[in-house]
Design a protein around this ligand. Structure first.
Ligand SMILES: Nc1ncnc2c1ncn2[C@@H]1O[C@H](COP(=O)(O)OP(=O)(O)O)[C@@H](O)[C@H]1O
Ligand SMILES: [Mg+2]
Length: 401
């Protein structure tokens, strides 16, 4: 049985990106393992892949930080890829040029942006990347997802919603922009009621749109979580029950969006005094949280052991990947699994790779030891990474029973 991902990168090029001067990876297998010592440049490759979607990438780092610090030509970085989706090729490129010294003072505060090209055509913004490559990722930083601040879980939720709905990122940005505007107006000595009315109307519209998109993403994922719960699918990784804990999200399940929007606008107008005193907008979807419960244990994820949390996160990502695959006519999302396999015992590693092959995702994994990847019963391609260079792959193909 051949496991050929429907959506995959057939070529990835990093230029002056972090510790990579010029790196090209041309994967042929569904499972890709990047092996090498700490600091070799493995995560940097995954970060480059993550920049093929909108946003700041896997580490959320400023684009300036991605410029290869050892190359002193003052030029920026570039990442390009050939994406194949159901046999159709798209070339995606993204690049960043640091502004010459002195220009920052001319436009202080404006974050430098990256250029995006799709099939050679310069795009208006990185938002144009949405919908071209769908990616789910799992990184060591996400170990604290369940126990850490709600803002991390919101970002996680919104990133997931953006995988299902390409315009979600723009929506979230709009919500944040209008929120800042309202908070700014509230901080002025004299309240400008007319301005506030108008900004609050925009805020209510953006808030309801964001909440509704989160709900629909969760509803799709819930269907796949249910397969685990009802035993329709057996997995080594536990199923996770996920719900959005948010006022608007909850209301939207019961009543029409127009009504919720009206009510939230009224609430905003009524709470100007309170919000002004607090220095921020106290209620709305920018305060929502994601509640995750370890299904088999019936225990809130934040109360589970570290090992249980890691397994749960994997179970959740696998369910999300299946949901994405079935939403987009069988094209499973790319998965970036940074330092994930090292934490699993050999049996679970093997089970994970079997599930990944069955899923049909092109999966990019990292690990310090190539033995970690020997558990795969199917096709896996191992690349050696050392000092910002990726060596030709060693390909292993075994017949699966
Ligand atoms: N902008 C940069 N320029 C040059 N090297 C960088 C830059 N940013 C990070 N690095 C280097 O990249 C290496 C880390 O790469 P990373 O991919 O995280 O390693 P790992 O293989 O352990 O995942 C470190 O040695 C770090 O110093
Ligand atoms: Mg790393």
């Amino acid at each position: 049985m051949a496991f050929t991902p429907k959506l995959k990168l057939t070529s990835l090029t990093l230029t002056a990106f972090r510790n990579h001067v010029s790196t090209r990876v041309q994967p042929g297998a569904a499972l890709i393992a990047l092996c090498g010592h700490n600091g070799a440049g493995k995560t940097n490759v995954l970060e480059a892949v993550s920049l093929l979607m909108p946003g700041r990438g896997l580490r959320g780092a400023p684009y300036e930080d991605l410029v290869n610090a050892r190359m002193s030509d003052g030029r920026g970085w570039a990442v390009s890829a050939v994406v194949e989706n159901d046999g159709l090729e798209t070339r995606i490129g993204t690049a960043f040029e640091p502004r010459p010294a002195g220009e920052d003072e001319l436009s202080p505060g404006s974050a430098a942006s990256r250029e995006v090209r799709i099939d050679g055509q310069v795009q208006r913004s990185a938002g144009a990347l949405a919908g071209h490559v769908r990616i789910l990722l799992l990184t060591p930083a996400m170990d604290r997802l369940f126990a850490g601040p709600a803002s991390d879980r919101r970002r996680y939720l919104d990133r997931l919603a953006a995988v299902f709905d390409a315009s979600h990122g723009t929506r979230v940005n709009a919500l944040e922009r209008v929120l800042r505007e309202r908070n700014r107006l509230l901080s002025e000595d004299r309240l400008q009621a007319r301005w506030l009315d108008s900004v609050e109307a925009q805020l209510a519209e953006a808030a309801v749109a964001v909440a509704a998109a989160r709900n629909s993403a969760m509803a799709i994922v819930a269907g796949f979580v249910a397969q685990g719960r009802d035993g329709a699918r057996s997995s080594t990784f536990p199923w996770a029950e996920v719900t959005v804990d948010g006022e608007l999200e909850r209301q939207l399940i019961e009543r029409p969006a127009v009504q919720i929007e009206d009510e939230y606008r009224t609430l905003l107008a009524d709470s100007r005094g309170l919000d002004r005193a607090a220095g921020r907008t106290l209620r709305g979807p920018h305060r929502s949280d994601l509640v995750v419960v370890h299904g088999p244990r019936a225990m809130e994820a934040r109360l589970c052991s570290t090992g249980e949390q890691k397994a749960l996160l994997l179970g959740l990502v696998l369910a999300q990947a299946r949901a994405v695959r079935d939403t987009f006519s069988g094209a499973a999302p790319l998965l970036l699994l940074d330092e994930v396999v090292a934490h699993l015992d050999a049996v679970r590693r093997g089970a994970l790779m079997d599930e990944l092959l069955e899923l049909g995702s092109q999966t990019w994994m990292t690990g310090t030891d190539r033995h970690l990847f020997e558990a795969a019963s199917g096709e896996i391609e191992v690349f050696e990474v050392a000092d910002g260079q990726v060596s030709a792959s060693v390909r292993r193909e075994q017949e699966t029973a």
